[in-house]
Design a protein around this ligand. Structure first.
Ligand code: BGC
Length: 811
């Protein structure tokens, strides 16, 4: 069952039934100011950091769900309704929600009144604009009241929920004309306030939530709205809100547009006050004026659209398969921008108060983003590197506001450092900017310790080399990519966190996933060293890599697939000898991507084992058989019921590892089959089962051992976005940036006749047509550039601004 449809031309998903199986959300804003918005206008806004600078309040896991948002109420006599259906839930005559690229348009029609709200964050602006157009579609003149509503969060979203004994006394507001200012704690250490304004005279307002709602009412029945009487309440403590009330009169056919601005302002200490107790509103007024007219708003909206036109022009596919095209050209790239921006911090599954930006997560996210805005990728890489320690290890996460690493969700994840090589080399290949290697970057943000970024990469490599276990394989530390395989944790206390509880000191537990990762990115580092003339470093690294390959072949092969690990006691994990968890996907993915044992036939065997044991209707499972009981020596992974999360779900992040592994073998049909199975656009028809947005990937889909196989959880913020984009664009479609060329090496289903891609690379545009007359999967017969046949399959880098026609014949 579907709840809407794709509109590819507009790059929108159009929801036409508000009763989706879960709130289907979108993101507003791309740099400093962000909003999450659901299809019924729920959600919240924040500046930079969803924990420390939360502007509006949201209630997690509430009943009913998705409570709190940017609400409009129309009081039309005895009929009260909201254009987004919620929170009032009056049945609408028409409803639609268009989630687009960084904007959302929600439209409701009731009794001949149409209300359309466009929500977006203008580029480079610390504000959300809500443009509300009210149209009288009836034949009679109409008069009604329009109420707006947002509830302020007292800045620190964690404290806001917990520290009620203080918070209920601190709230402060100011009302000035049609603008409502939230200034809690501004009198003391804060240099910032927020505001919500409208470009129309008010019939009244409210700033105290309980007065507006009435003490026992929910958002669905605010007393002020039901009675059509704003209370002009002034919040002192408790829960400050901003609600405007505007009288609307419309002749038949007439339309009126109101522009609401939800903004954030910072003032220097000496400029905080206009006069005693009155905040300096100059910057806010500037913002309000900018959007005072519909023309100002339209210009900003067009600018945003043009920005996305530009971003999405760097890789454009025409495959003949509209679902594939919409994934590659629109939604997957869009999701990559969102994961770049927010890592795993703020979604409808991540509260914004738990996790900041993850080291491994953000490094991996870059491979799906770097072609969009390389300068921002560069900065992110350097910020991440600055949270590395001198021994090459890294904080597992940092807060975006401070850029300081913290150990809130543990440390000592031994895969972390190696991802820095992936992100940095991806950046250099995309841009040709080797200067990033010379940037001076501190360790643990201590400027005195700064060394070149190249040195950081070197220490990443050496961190693995310095931490090998008894078989010469990498020690796993707290955990590798799979946060939940906690081989050194040994927790028997439900009040302990698997992530932070003290590890047993042990140098036994080894990871085959990191082994594969080391071969892959160690080689990548060696290649980089060779490219910049550091032959000695390259040779040294290559030796370590070769040694690792040998260690994997000697101790990491289980007969038909790669082992997953050795545990604390030196026992095999992911082996035919185990009762449960005989095979895991991660080591098959990383070791096959690295081509370990390719010539010996091990890559084929491992991938065939994946096919046989891990494949199901909804994708590739993380492990099999699922764990049916808690194993203290494995930790969190065995704490999940079968089929969920890291215990035998389809954990979508790692599926592309297998897709890429299949391309190493040249099996394009399998690679693409795995791609299709988890790509959301192909799942639209089963939205009722899948439950989450059909336009973005979810972290996991319940596996075949689960109660409801196929049901997804944790949409939006997942490394799945970047990895699938990387797999489809660079390995299946096979258009791959290199240091000195654009390399072409597709691996597609033999049934395909071909495809075309327009790729903007280092400023030049390549119109690439891949032809497959012999219906092969892989292998290139000939490549021509602008009519001339070239040797090999690497397209030389052309001058910026030029356009080239590339024809690739497979066979
Ligand atoms: C985390 C990743 C981790 C993955 C698998 C995600 O929730 O953000 O860092 O690799 O789970 O455990």
């Amino acid at each position: 069952m579907k709840f809407g449809h794709f509109d590819d031309l507009a790059r929108e998903y159009v929801i036409t039934n508000p009763r989706t199986p879960y709130p289907w959300i979108n993101y507003l804003g791309n740099e400093d100011f962000f909003g999450l918005i659901s299809h019924t206008a729920g959600g919240y806004s924040f500046y930079k950091d969803a924990r420390f600078r939360r502007l509006t309040r949201y209630r997690y896991n509430n009943v009913p769900w998705d409570d709190g948002g940017r609400y409009f109420y129309i009081q039309d006599g005895d009929c009260v309704w909201s254009p987004g259906w919620k929170p009032v839930r009056t049945e609408l005559d028409e409803y639609s929600c268009r989630h687009g690229m960084s904007y959302t348009i929600i439209k409701g029609v009731k009794r001949g009144i149409e209300a359309e709200a466009v929500f977006f964050v203008p580029l480079n602006t610390w504000a959300e604009v809500h443009r509300l157009t009210l149209t009288n579609r009836s034949r009679a003149a109409r008069a009604f009241k329009l109420f707006s509503f947002v509830e302020w969060c007292l800045w620190n979203a964690h404290d806001d929920m917990n520290n009620l004994q203080r918070n209920f006394s601190t709230g402060e507001v100011e009302v000035d004309g049609s603008a409502i200012y939230h200034k809690t704690e501004y009198r003391e250490r804060r240099d910032h306030y927020a505001f919500y304004a409208v470009n129309a005279p008010l019939a009244g307002f409210d700033t105290d939530r309980d007065t507006f709602l009435g003490p026992y009412n929910g958002f669905d029945r605010p007393a002020a709205v039901i009675e059509g009487k704003p209370r002009n309440s002034e919040a002192h403590g408790w829960s400050p809100i901003a609600s405007h009330c505007v009288d609307i009169r419309l002749k038949p056919g007439e339309a009126k547009t109101l522009v609401f601005v939800l903004g954030y302002v910072e003032n220097a200490a000496e400029e905080k006050w206009e006069r005693k107790g009155v905040i300096n509103k100059a910057k806010a007024r500037g913002l309000i004026d900018r959007f005072a007219t519909a023309a100002g708003v339209d210009a900003a909206f067009q600018e945003l659209r043009a920005f996305w036109d530009g971003l999405l022009s760097h890789y454009v596919l025409r495959s003949g398969d509209e679902r594939l095209d919409r994934m590659v050209n629109i939604w997957n790239q869009y999701q990559c921008m969102v994961t770049f921006n927010l890592s795993r911090s703020a979604s409808y599954f991540e509260t914004g108060i738990g996790r900041g930006l993850g080291f491994r997560d953000s490094n991996q996210d870059l491979v799906g983003f770097v072609h969009q805005v390389p300068e921002r990728a560069r900065q992110r890489i350097l910020d991440l590197a600055a949270t590395q320690f001198a021994d090459g290890s890294a904080y597992h996460q940092y807060q975006p506001l401070t850029k300081r690493g913290n150990s809130d969700i543990g440390g000592n994840f031994n895969d972390d450092p190696l991802w820095l090589i992936l992100s940095t080399t991806a950046y250099i290949k995309e841009t040709g900017d080797f200067s990033i290697l010379d940037e001076q970057v501190p360790f643990d943000n201590d400027e005195h310790t700064a060394q070149s970024h190249f040195e950081h990469l070197k220490r990443s490599v050496h961190h693995t080399v310095d931490n090998l276990g008894p078989h010469g394989l990498p020690l796993i530390g707290r955990a590798d990519w799979n946060d939940c395989l906690n081989l050194n944790c040994f927790s028997n206390d439900p009040n302990e966190s698997f992530q932070t509880t003290g590890n047993r000191a042990g140098r036994t537990a080894e990871s085959l996933m990191i082994a594969g990762q080391f071969v892959l990115y160690g080689r990548e580092f060696a290649a980089l060293c060779r490219r910049i003339g550091k032959e000695d470093e390259a040779a040294r690294t290559q030796e370590h890599v070769d040694r690792m390959v040998n260690a994997v072949l000697a101790h990491g092969w289980d007969g038909a697939w790669f082992l997953r690990a050795y545990d604390f006691f030196g026992k095999k994990v992911g082996s035919k000898e185990n009762e449960e968890g005989k095979i895991f996907i991660e080591s098959q993915g990383l070791c096959t991507m690295a081509g370990i044992g390719l010539v010996e036939g091990k890559v084929v065997q491992a991938l065939d084992a994946v096919r046989e044991r891990l494949d199901c209707d909804f994708g590739l499972l993380l492990n099999q058989p699922a764990f049916t009981r808690y194993l203290i020596e494995y930790g969190e992974i065995s704490s999940y019921p079968q089929g969920y999360k890291e215990n035998a779900a389809v954990f979508c992040h790692n599926n592309p590892w297998i897709m890429i592994g299949e391309t190493v073998l040249g099996r394009g049909d399998r690679a693409f089959e795995y791609y299709r199975k988890i790509a959301p656009a192909y799942l639209e028809e089963i939205s009722d089962l899948h439950k989450l947005e059909p336009y973005v990937y979810a972290q996991m889909v319940a596996g075949r051992d689960a109660y409801r196989p196929g049901e997804a959880k944790n949409s939006w913020l997942t490394g799945t976005a970047a990895w699938n984009y990387y797999a489809i664009t660079q390995f299946i479609l096979g258009i791959k940036p290199g240091y000195d060329a654009l390399d072409i090496d597709p691996c597609i289903p033999p049934a395909w006749d071909g495809f075309t891609v327009t790729r903007v690379f280092r400023g030049a545009t390549y119109d690439i047509e891949v032809r497959n007359p012999r219906h092969v999967s892989k292998g290139i017969r000939q490549v021509s550039v602008d009519g001339k046949i070239i040797a090999g399959r690497s397209i030389p880098i052309a001058d910026p601004g030029t356009q080239h026609r590339v024809i690739v014949e497979l066979g």
